[in-house]
Design a protein around this ligand. Structure first.
Ligand SMILES: *Cc1c(COP(=O)(O)O)cnc(C)c1O
Length: 424
């Protein structure tokens, strides 16, 4: 029987039936047929502890016995308070205020509204637009689509629905770039700010790793330079750490590589270890305190029904505890070295004509092909070998769960290499 479920990003005409997942443990999920697949993507990068983690499951069970949900309008509860304190503790110094929402996209909507209202409240009502980067991806809601790459960002169909923002070129300097390479990128950013700063409320970026837009990696110096430019031009800096947060780039947050604090930072995906949908938009005192005042304009008019959901907050707290107690940053460092050894340093792979580039940063590795055509069929190929891979465009990547074992990582990298180097 055909399912009424409408799948995301799918061409309905030629989609094959989606395999039914019935459970999972560790880095694997299990299909109805009994087939076990090693998840190289940890379910769109959020299941950082893998599936069926006993401590996370227990945390949800316990919380469910106490309180499943209550509105955050005018009320609070222990998990929301505690998680906010923990997020303030672990994020870059100065991010002292936490606004909850239910997904990464909404977290970004909140960030943009906050930035714009901040500018109005501090006497800059002309600053009504965002400055984003090419190759950016910030979510699929209308406000977010408007700050995704307008050409390759999957949303060009909706161009006339969307507000027009400004865009600077995507950074080209790699993670270990020279000062000169970074200078080139910062020059382009300065150029955009010089021309439009009067109307720009905030610069937003996925620091170090533009994820869904093609796993474009850049230098911490670019991020530091962006911070300085924002201060120079009276523009807020928003970090979308929905994908990069919670260890993905090798530090807890991508901002930590540069040692800087954005004015606003958005977290989601890994926040709950992937066990429930939730997001947090953090702000500095400077941003927050601008909202203290007497006029109706001073209230922040946003409030998702499920913001601060107790189950989500409770499992996020447990996720953080596991992350710290079990030295996940150490696990990520080891995993990263293995990805470098097995992909970055593989001569045959790098020399293979269809391969344009191989990149590794933290627990992220990507093989960039010259065309999406070169990846046609890779999902089936991987599944036959026990691995779940789902490329984005011409990028074949892995963002494994941090508990993925050495043998399992090799299984993933072997399949990625075998796809390219297979006899045709
Ligand atoms: C996934 C993602 C989003 C959107 O998050 P959703 O929870 O899917 O709405 C926003 N920004 C980045 C960088 C992401 O990777």
């Amino acid at each position: 029987m055909k399912t009424p479920v409408w799948h995301p990003y799918a061409h309905l005409k030629n989609q094959t039936p989606a395999p039914k997942v019935v459970g999972g443990d560790g880095a694997h999920f299990v299909l109805e047929s009994g087939e076990r697949l090693l998840d190289a993507t940890c379910s769109w990068w959020c299941m950082i502890h893998g599936y069926g983690h006993p401590r996370l499951v227990a945390a949800i069970r316990e919380q469910a016995g106490e309180l499943c949900h209550v509105m955050l309008g005018g009320l609070t509860h222990e998990p929301a308070d505690r998680l906010a304190r923990e997020l303030v503790r672990i994020t870059p110094a100065g991010l002292n205020h936490v606004f909850y929402s239910d997904s990464g996209s909404v977290g970004m909507e909140v960030a943009m509204k906050m930035a714009l209202q901040y500018q109005v409240l501090t006497g800059h009502p002309g600053k009504q637009k965002m400055l984003s980067l090419m190759k950016a991806y910030h979510g699929d809601t209308t406000g977010c689509m408007a700050v995704c790459d307008p050409e390759e960002g999957m949303h060009s169909l909706f161009a006339s629905l969307l507000p027009k923002h400004h865009f600077a070129p995507a950074p080209t300097a790699p993670f270990d770039a020279t000062a000169e390479q970074v200078e080139h990128d910062l020059h382009a950013l300065r150029d955009a700010l010089e021309r439009h700063h009067d109307e720009i409320a905030a610069l937003l970026m996925e620091p170090l790793l533009q994820a869904a837009g093609g796993l474009n990696m850049t230098s911490p110096d670019y991020v530091t330079g962006a911070r300085e430019l924002c201060d120079e031009f009276g523009v807020l800096l928003i970090f979308d750490e929905v994908a990069t947060g919670f260890g993905r780039t090798g530090k807890l947050f991508a901002a930590d590589h540069a040692g800087i604090t954005p004015d606003i930072m958005v977290l989601s995906k890994g926040l709950t270890g992937g066990y429930l949908g939730h997001a947090a938009t953090l702000a500095t005192d400077r941003v927050h305190d601008a909202f203290i005042g007497d006029t109706p304009q001073h209230a922040f008019m946003h409030g998702p029904t499920f913001m601060g959901n107790p189950l989500a907050c409770r499992v996020a707290l447990e996720s953080l505890r596991v992350f710290e107690e079990e030295d996940y940053l150490g696990k990520i460092a080891t995993l990263s070295q293995q990805l470098q050894r097995e992909l970055l340093e593989d001569q045959a792979l790098n020399a293979h004509p269809p391969v344009a580039d191989v990149r590794v940063l933290g627990a992220t590795a990507v093989i960039e092909a010259h065309s999406a055509e070169a990846l046609k069929g890779v999902g089936v190929f991987a599944r036959e070998r026990g691995v779940w891979l789902r490329p984005i465009g011409r990028w074949l990547y892995t963002m494994p769960a941090y508990i993925t074992s050495e043998t399992e990582i090799s299984q993933i990298t072997d399949v990625m290499k075998a796809w390219f180097l297979r006899p045709q």
